[in-house]
Design a protein around this ligand. Sequence first.
Ligand code: AHR
Length: 318
Amino acid sequence: MKKLLTIALAGLTLALASCGKTEKAAGKIRVGFSQIGAESDWRKAATVSIQEEAKKRGIDLIFSDAQQKQENQIKAIRSFIAQGVDVISFSPVVATGFEDVLKEAKAAGIPVILFDRKVTVSDDSLYACYIGSDCTEEGRRAARWVVENVGENAGIAELVGTVGSGPAIERKKGFEEIIKDHPGLKIIKSQSGDFTRSQGKEVMEQFLKSPERDQITVLFAHNDDMALGAIQAIEEAGKKPGKDIIIVSCDGVKEMFKQILAGKANCTVECNPMIGGQLYDVVEGYMRGEPIPERVESEEGVFDSKNITQEVIDQRGY
Ligand code: AHR
C-alpha cells in the first residue's frame, strides 16, 4: 500500500513539474515590476497601464508596490531575481542607491528596464533601457511657457518633487536653464512637496505666510498633484489661482485640465504615464531575440487654455 502511494505521489510530482515546463514552453513571459506607490494621479494611471497591458498580452506580471520606500524596491528586485523572472522593470523612487541590486540583476543575466524615471549609476550597462519622458525638457518647456506668456518679470515659487528623484532634479535643471537668460524671472521660494497633493497644499500655505508672499506671481510645481493642492491653499489665502498667481506644472492629468479650463491654473507640460505598451513591446522583442533599445521615448505636448476644451477633457483617460 505504502509502495503504491509512493508511486502515485511520484507520478503527481512529475505531472506537476511537466505542467510548469509546458507553461514556460508555451511562451508565458514573466516580468517583475516594482512601482513606487500611489503618490499622484499620474502614478495611479501608470500602474493601470502596466497591469492592464500585461493582462491584454498574457504576460505573467509580478507587481510590487514599494509604498514610497527605496528599501522595498530593493527587496522586490532581489525577490524577482530569486524567482528568475525574464525581465525586471521599475520606477526608481530616487535616482541613487540602486547600484548593488542592479549588479546582482546583471550577474543573474536578467535585463532591467527603467520605467519613467532614471537612476544615477557609475556604469550605465547596469540597466538595459530607459522608457519614459525627458524630464529636463519638461522643465525647459514649463519655463519657456512662462517666458512667452508671463513676460520678463516674475517672483517664482517652486514646488519641488520628491527630493533626490530623477524628475525633481531634471525638471528643476531644465527650468533654471531657461530662466537664467531672463534676469527678471527669479525663483524666490523653493521647497519639496514630495509629489503629493497634501504636501503641495501645506508647502504653498507656508509660502503664502512667508515675508515674500506678495512677490509670488508664478508657481512652478513639478507635478499636477502638488499644483492642485496649491490651488486650494491660494484660494484659502483669499487669492485667485490662475490670475493673482499663474500656475504651471507637469503631468497633464484630467483634474489639472479641468482647473485650466476653469481659469484656476494656466499650463501643464505633459508627461505620459500610459507607457505600459511600450514596456512590453521591448520585453516581447527581447524574448524573440531582438536587441533591447537603450532609449524609448514617449510623445508629449504642452497644454493651456489655447488647446484645452471640454471635448479634450472628456477624451482624457486619466
Ligand atoms: O516620475 C513621474 C512623476 O512621478 C510624475 O510627474 C509625478 O506625478 C509622479 O509621482
